[in-house]
Design a protein around this ligand. Sequence first.
Ligand code: PAF
Length: 280
Amino acid sequence: MQIVNTVSELRNAVRAWRSAGQSVALVPTMGNLHAGHLALVNEAKEKAERVVVSIFVNPTQFGVGEDFETYPRTEREDHEKLNAFGTDLLFQPAVSEVYASDAKTLVSVTGLSEWYCGASRPGHFGGVATVVCKLFNMVQPDVALFGLKDFQQLTVIRTMVRDLNIPVEIVGVETVREASGLAMSSRNSYLTAEEKAVAEKLYQCLCVARDAVLAGQQSYEEIERRALLFLQDSGFQPDYFSVCRMSDLKKAGADDVALVLLTAARLGKTRLIDNVCFSR
Ligand code: PAF
């Protein structure tokens, strides 16, 4: 695996592949890689001849008082995993390589970025959209892969790609879960053993709510209210629980068929998010 830190080294490698007629997939990450990230790399290998993974803990998507400084950085282990999974190139830039000190341009996907996670993390999706747009411009991949676990993020990125005519195919990859159902996340490492036992209830709550929709429960407000109560009673501080339509994440109505249940809840100092997608 080639490891590069600068955009010009990255572009030289990609240019050489392109002149050999090879296609390129990009898997953007912030490192601290787990089975969920490695599933993205595996899928990337199916989709293109060359796989680029980026590791960049992006400061612009963290708010004041969030965990940018303490976000788990596990460089050596990440390199070993990516090597073992057949990554062709790791792009691991410094902040100064990605952002000019006087950068003035931000990508903003309006509306969508202000709901759900965007309401409790103002500016977060602007930071995500900006860095992903920049990574697309740096790598110019044919295809880019993101986890379905961050469903709102995926929707923001799909919307940005559509609105800005960015020539890249976006692929969402199934969430990888622990045996308990807990969605894999780098932030799970913040959980204590006791909290981990509670954390799995987030997915259980989503499954119960999905089953209620599938069983014909008419009132989505009632489903949301019950889910929030269950989470509170289980020891979470729920942020939101919403029955949404899958296409644009607006609140689902009676006629919507493709749905996603989105939730975020705090457990101690850890903020967990998860979702289930289904059709009724
Ligand atoms: O999902 C993530 O790890 C990050 O938000 C991403 C997409 C790599 C952008 O920094």
